[in-house]
Design a protein around this ligand. Structure first.
Ligand code: NAD
Length: 418
């Protein structure tokens, strides 16, 4: 992974690339490139041994022209103000790309939760929820899970918020457990949109997904579900990795069995379906039909991009390619389908969860999956229409053109005030 690339600068460059195909004035573009506000806070939290530790935490509210801010909360040692700003901007354009009525936000706490006990993680989470309380709410800003957070953390945040506000407001956060108002289908939603994007992409490019070889970097929530569902399309998953390394079998293996092994043992190492163990770098440059980066941002930099042998990349992670890597891959005719479409299933089913919470009326999983499919396939059609209409150099730029037009249209409806 490249340490030098600032994801916030990557976001701004992606907006500039798309702006070349749009006729907006500098002031309009400037507004699209910076967050409206960023909360930066220090959490003083008591540890199990009675000592007190201080944690840096952030929430960026990037743009609210199309609806309440929406986006996940990440726990990771790499969390920084600029990372959170970038991720919140990507949420704006992701929600606009798939045309759901949200703006974009993102939050994070800079720490590795694996180094803390469950009760410490709970106190850290509740402390952050207390700081977030004035700026979140079902009509203001709706957090969700991201890297190293899940239903457990969402339930704690909801409980802290509702206790302090003396209310019941399940729509203040999404990605909750079903018992707390979570939606059917949410856990698998991101991987499902990666699968739907893959299916549409292969069809559009006139390629056969059946028996296509697939490598997946990052075998967490997004990556493992995408692998399983793409396996179900008849593709052949040949390599997957997590932070401890990669496993490979040229004949392919059962993606579900690899996930079960990781859940049971905590890592992919020793997975009996594999014939070889590889480095993470080797997985990214394997000769496969489809590569799915599903770990963190900047996984593929310019150097790695030069060696990528995949024909198609579908981005499950947010920002896995640096802008220079994007240029190299474009020149080398590797077709990239962008994160703001491919992983939008997570936020789309979060949207369904919020709708159900507000109506106090819950859908079954098949309705959730059908509605998700409708939204992703519509967005895919919008993407290819714009790609063909604008002559944009790649699908990322074309997707940003679609998204930026929607954000600017909404902003213009509101006008400038005061
Ligand atoms: P996760 O924590 O469940 O999984 C991340 C996985 O990546 C883990 O298996 C980890 O071991 C692995 N990993 C980390 N560094 C690696 C490396 N250098 N090489 C190989 N593997 C590595 O997280 P997740 O929720 O699946 O999120 C993954 C990505 O997808 C993030 O970029 C996140 O922002 C994005 N995303 C997730 C969702 C969601 O709903 N979960 C929605 C949209 C986008």
């Amino acid at each position: 992974m490249s340490d030098e690339v600032n994801p916030f600068e990557s976001l701004q460059e992606q907006i500039d690339d798309a702006a070349a195909y749009l006729e907006y004035s500098t002031d309009v573009l400037e507004r699209l490139k910076h967050p409206e506000r960023v909360l930066e806070t220090s959490l003083s939290v008591e540890m199990d041994d009675g000592s007190v530790e201080v944690f840096r935490a952030f929430r960026s509210q990037f743009n609210g022209d199309r609806g309440p801010y929406k986006g996940g909360i990440r726990y990771h040692p790499q969390v920084s103000r600029d990372e959170v700003k970038a991720l919140s901007g990507w949420m704006v354009y992701k929600c606009a790309a798939v045309n759901i009525p949200y703006g974009g936000g993102k939050g994070g706490i800079k720490f590795d939760p694996r180094e803390y006990s469950d009760s410490e993680v709970e106190r850290i989470t509740r402390s952050f929820a207390k700081e977030l309380r004035p700026i979140i709410g079902e009509n203001k800003d709706i957090p969700a899970p991201d890297v190293n957070t899940g239903q457990r953390e969402m339930n704690w945040i909801k409980d802290t918020y509702e206790t302090l506000e003396n209310t019941t407001e399940p729509g203040v956060i999404t990605g909750k457990a079903p018992e707390s108002g979570g939606s059917a289908g949410r856990v698998e939603a991101t991987g499902r949109s990666v699968m739907l994007t893959t299916r549409e992409a292969f069809e559009y490019l006139g390629k056969d997904v059946e028996n296509a070889t697939v490598a997946v970097q990052g075998y967490g929530n997004a990556g493992s579900v995408a692998a399983k569902l793409i396996d179900d399309l008849g593709a052949n998953v040949v390599a997957v990795s997590d932070s401890s390394g990669a496993v490979y079998n040229p004949d392919g293996f059962d993606a579900r069995a690899a996930k079960a092994h990781k859940t049971e043992t905590g890592s992919l190492a020793g997975f009996e379906g594999a014939t070889e163990e590889l480095s993470n770098e080797a997985l990214l440059t394997m000769d496969v039909n489809l590569l799915i980066p599903a770990a963190l941002e900047n996984a593929i930099d310019e150097t790695v991009a030069t060696d990528v042998q995949a024909d198609i990349i579908v981005e499950a992670a947010n920002g896995p390619l640096t802008p220079r890597a994007d240029d190299v891959l474009s020149e080398r005719d590797v077709v990239v389908f962008p994160d703001i479409l491919a992983n939008a299933g997570g936020v789309t089913v979060s949207y369904f969860e919020w709708v159900q919470n507000r109506q106090r009326f819950y859908w079954d999983e098949s309705r959730v999956n059908d509605e998700l499919e409708r939204i992703i396939t519509t967005a895919f059609r919008d993407l290819v229409d714009t790609y063909e209409r604008t002559d944009a150099p790649n699908f990322r730029t074309a997707m940003y053109v679609v998204a930026i037009e929607r954000v600017v249209d909404a902003a213009e409806e509101g006008g400038i005030w005061p």
